[in-house]
Design a protein around this ligand. Sequence first.
Ligand SMILES: [Zn+2]
Length: 184
Amino acid sequence: MGAGEGLFSGVLSKSAVVPRVARDALRSVFRMIYPPTCAACTRMIGAEGALCPECWRDIVFIERPYCEILGIPFVRDHGENIVSAEAIADPPPFDRLRAAASHQGVARKLVHRLKYQDRTELARLMALWMLRADDGAVSACDCIVPVPLHCYRFLRRRFNQSAELARHLARAADKPLLAGTLLR
Ligand SMILES: [Zn+2]
């Protein structure tokens, strides 16, 4: 930033209070006309980027007991560090995989909206679910690296949903985001 820019922003700082008040008032009016709705349905709710109680109840979050490698939920608890038959029969090239929720109902709808309907604002909500399901992996990691999108698909979709999730996950976990590290 040059000296001129610093002076300019200093001059603006007092008068910027008025536009902020006007902006807040405009936002309040906008919310009165268009109140926040559930991210999955059209029911009105109290906050933006959240789910109504009905949709929230539909989400099947994956919790223990599950396979320590693949994260596949078990019907019964077989004890600690139990691995699924799938992971034994076909060991994956990674240490562990975790999923936030079962890919069905409202969760499936949200994934579809993020990927194919440009609903990138859903990434923040879903990243918080990922953090909840991380099993300590995120807090122990050095950085967050999103899975890259093929350039043709990126041009068609105009954003990488994995990068959107990674951006919010990195921010929530206070970890560095290495967005351009992997190339497809
Ligand atoms: Zn809903």
